[in-house]
Design a protein. Structure first.
Length: 571
């Protein structure tokens, strides 16, 4: 049985140290203060009733405590997933029915969980690396903009019907000009946002979200702002739901499956990255595939109890660590506290204004938007900055799901571009430096007469095979004198596919007819084996494959009696 299915939580109970409990209890209370308002805010952002955020929090925390390999990582509703969930619900169509929206979100959690479990059991943890950092940065920044746009109407005390960010922005602007803004709600929402942002910057030890939420509830109660049209959450259902299979239209399954693939990718990427980062701090060694299985089990649990997809959270985990967290007991304590709120204290949040929840989401979006990284990319690599901006624009202009698809496509296209037209170089010897170096970067480098040493910095495959041949022929034509041997410095060539093999075979024959031989140096063993299966190793000749560039040069100089002395031979 895979380690992630052996209940690491049970193992933790056997190894639990008595001196941990004080820190775990303190951290449990601190994390709960953040999880309750965040869970409710992200639920509304996802398009489901606020209480489902609490159901999701409880189920995910209990499940991860049982299956999670990390001692300190905490899962729950997340700002990066909520917009995706909202779009998926809108695509399927709930017709304003909260029960249908909950069922759709629960099915998304079940599908996302199943995909994560399958990915983890299949050892596919590295799939998260397919989204490059610049593209991921652009996607998250675009997501932050989408979050702000979607919450501005709620912050202002009215609602819009548009699904795409552009439509929502247009309807918000129309609402403002039509006088739909509730000044009281807007003032309360902005005040809540200011409190959250200011306290977060003042000290990480101050629970700014909790302070802002409690303050907003008190203001609504004391000044009876409901009478002024300020919308509130209302009384929450008491208790915790029983497990149930979501009732959805079978025809919506393909759309939900597509959305769940995107959700799984995002949550998988975030969770494995955070797990690695916190594992360094806690000196743990965690298999990313075990982490993905635990993530999947947490999503399955959330889906079973009317919840929605979950992910790891930097803020929750960081607050837990800062408060003394030592184990997953923190998550268990938080889950129990949230459950107690639902059973005995649901009326506490009855007067929580919706505008305050919008402020929580906008504060999260402000934190998510990374201007510094964009500036850094613009200063060091314009092409990757362009990718980040393109990804960001796609998310805002096309919507979150389509934007994610564009982001993945951009990431793959950038990879193909890099290997389609990779860097290449002609190599020569530089005085007082060992090895052979790029003559383009070292103009004083000396080249062996009649020998071209060519380095191609990518695998050889169908997309760049013709480019490789054209570059090599151009270099041969521009050589100072007649070329007798072309030596491929092949260390960067990690693979050669059949299309490239056909090109090489024709190139070898053509060069041979012109009196030019083709040889390889430093070709990796697996690639050489592949050439053997293609029949190229024998047709080119084993003697044409050299262990180092230096040995190939010495063989050439000796065979052709070339007047050549290396600088280090003179020492």
């Amino acid at each position: 049985m895979p380690p992630a299915l052996r209940l690491p939580g049970a193992r933790l109970l056997r190894t639990y140290r008595r001196d941990w409990w004080r820190g775990d209890v303190a951290a449990g209370f601190a994390v709960t203060a953040l999880m309750i308002p965040h869970g409710m805010a992200y639920a509304e952002l996802a398009g489901v009733p606020a209480v489902t955020g609490l159901y999701t929090t409880i189920a995910a925390l209990f499940a991860y405590a049982a299956f999670g390999p990390s001692r300190v990582l905490l899962l729950g509703p997340d700002s990066s997933l909520a917009p995706l969930i909202a779009v998926a619900i809108a695509v399927v169509g709930s017709d304003g029915d909260p029960a249908q929206a909950i069922a759709t979100a629960s099915m998304l959690a079940l599908m996302t969980g199943a995909l994560c479990v399958l990915a983890g059991l299949s050892r596919l943890g590295s799939i998260a690396e397919l989204l490059s950092r610049p593209v991921q940065l652009g996607y998250l920044n675009g997501l932050a903009i989408v979050m702000v746009i979607s919450q501005l109407p709620k912050l202002s005390g009215f609602s819009v019907d548009g699904d795409l960010p552009v439509e929502q922005a247009r309807e918000f602007a129309s609402g403002v000009t039509d006088g739909l803004v509730n000044a009281t709600a807007l003032l309360l929402g902005v005040a809540t946002l200011v409190v959250i942002v200011v306290l977060a910057r003042a000290s990480a030890a101050i629970p700014g979200v909790l302070v802002a939420v409690v303050g907003a509830i008190l203001v609504v109660r004391v000044f009876d702002l409901v009478a002024d049209g300020v919308e509130v959450v209302g009384a929450l259902p008491t208790g915790f739901p029983t497990p149930r299979w979501p009732s959805i239209d079978v025809g919506s399954v393909p759309s939900l499956l597509l959305a769940s693939v995107g959700l799984a990718w995002v949550t998988l990427s975030d969770t494995t990255a955070l797990s690695r980062g916190f594992a360094v701090k806690t000196r743990e060694r965690i298999d990313p595939n075990d982490e993905i299985v635990a993530l999947g089990m947490s999503n399955l649990a959330a889906g079973a109890f009317q919840g929605f997809p979950v992910s790891a959270s930097t803020s929750r985990t960081t607050i837990g660590l800062a408060s003394g967290a030592q184990s997953q007991l923190v998550g268990v304590i938080s889950a129990v506290l949230v459950l107690l709120l639902l059973i005995f204290g649901s009326s506490v949040v009855e007067f929580l204004p919706s505008t305050a929840l919008a402020a929580i989401v906008i504060a999260a979006a402000i934190k998510l938007f990374d201007v510094g990284q964009l500036r850094w990319l613009a200063s060091v690599r314009r092409s990757e900055f362009a990718l980040a901006v393109a990804s960001m624009v796609a998310v805002v202009g096309l919507g979150v799901l389509n934007g994610l698809a564009v982001a993945v496509a951009l990431s793959l296209a950038n990879f193909i571009r890099q290997v389609w037209r990779p860097y290449d170089a002609v190599l020569g010897r530089v005085e007082q430096r060992r090895g052979y170096h790029d003559v383009g970067r070292h103009p004083t480098a000396r080249q062996v007469p009649g020998l071209v040493i060519f380095r191609f910095d990518a695998p050889l495959f169908f997309a760049n095979a013709d480019h490789f041949e054209r570059r090599l022929r151009t270099i041969i034509r521009s050589a100072d004198g007649p070329v007798r041997l072309v030596l491929i410095a092949a260390e960067p060539i990690t693979d050669i596919d059949t299309s490239a093999a056909v090109m090489l075979e024709a190139l070898v024959d053509d060069l041979h007819e012109r009196g030019i031989e083709l040889a390889f140096a430093e070709l990796k063993g697996p690639v050489k084996d592949r050439l053997g299966r293609y029949g190229l190793y024998e047709s080119i000749g084993p003697e044409r494959f050299h262990p180092t560039i230096g040995s190939a040069v010495r063989s050439y100089v000796s065979a052709h009696d070339v007047d050549w002395v290396n600088w280090d031979d003179r020492v």
